[in-house]
Write a protein that binds this ligand. Structure first.
Ligand code: MG
Ligand code: MG
Length: 249
């Protein structure tokens, strides 16, 4: 069931969204060669506490941390670790969710480590972010989930990259995951019609190689099937009477 949010609920979600943004920007500033993904986790946990927000991921189906940190060929759901040392030329995808007064925000960024990024990897990161922006541009009442997915897919495939199928975006509100599912692929005009008051977490996951992913033995970390690099960007987006409002910026 898709829950339509009132304007006051959307403003409460914007507060959660701002917290998530602040956490991600804090953590982005700490990404450098020699930092560990646990360093990022610790900073995020402290920031969430300072801002009085509840972490959304820690304890969710037993996930142990407040961030997902996914490096290079890791697609999503990487677990922060003191053993995972970031190196020059890596990319790290950082995903954070938080609740404020019972309403959730969810956002992700992919950040290059250091200055010497391989040009194809830099392009992957740019195109993934661009695909999120094209999806947001497609959001308005009367548009469909197929329009949103097609916008991502078109942007990504034009560059020879591929969209992950096994994980999708989602509705969000008083739960981190609500209906509907928001695929990053689709056909224009197909699928559920969007209405003002829907709030969606749109989150393209894009692989430099093929679309396949597999989950490692830790039960969480999803990696590309072919070892290629992967990037991930996400915003929480409200459908407004005239278009879209991004709640996590
Ligand atoms: Mg997320
Ligand atoms: Mg999400």
């Amino acid at each position: 069931m898709v829950v339509i949010k009132s304007l006051s609920e959307i403003e409460r979600m914007r507060r959660a969204g701002r917290v998530v943004r602040e956490v991600l920007e804090t953590v982005r500033g700490l990404v450098k060669p020699g930092a560990t993904t646990l360093d990022l986790e610790r900073a995020a946990e402290a920031k969430l506490k300072e801002l009085g927000a509840k972490p959304a991921f820690k304890g969710y189906h037993g996930f142990p941390c407040v961030l997902c940190t996914s490096v290079n060929s890791e697609v999503v759901h990487g677990i922060p670790s003191p053993k995972r040392v970031l190196k020059e030329g890596d990319i790290v995808s950082i995903d954070c969710g938080a609740a404020v007064d019972g309403y959730y925000g969810d956002s992700a960024i992919t950040v290059p480590v250091g200055e010497k990024i391989d040009p194809k990897t830099a392009r992957l990161v740019e195109v993934t972010q661009k695909s999120l922006h094209s999806a947001i541009a497609a959001v308005k009442p009367g548009a469909t989930l197929g329009d949103v997915g097609a916008a991502v897919q078109r942007t990504v495939e034009a560059e020879g990259f591929s969209v992950v199928r096994d994980f999708v975006g989602h509705g969000i509100g008083v739960h981190m995951h609500e209906d509907p599912q928001v695929p990053n692929f689709g056909e224009p005009g197909r699928g559920m019609k969007l209405k003002a008051g829907m709030v969606l977490a749109i989150e393209p996951m894009v692989n430099a190689g093929g679309p396949d992913v597999q989950v490692l033995g830790d039960g969480w970390t999803a990696v590309t099937g072919d070892g290629s690099m992967s990037a991930h960007f996400e915003h929480t987006v409200a459908v407004t009477p005239t278009g879209a409002s991004v709640l996590t910026e």
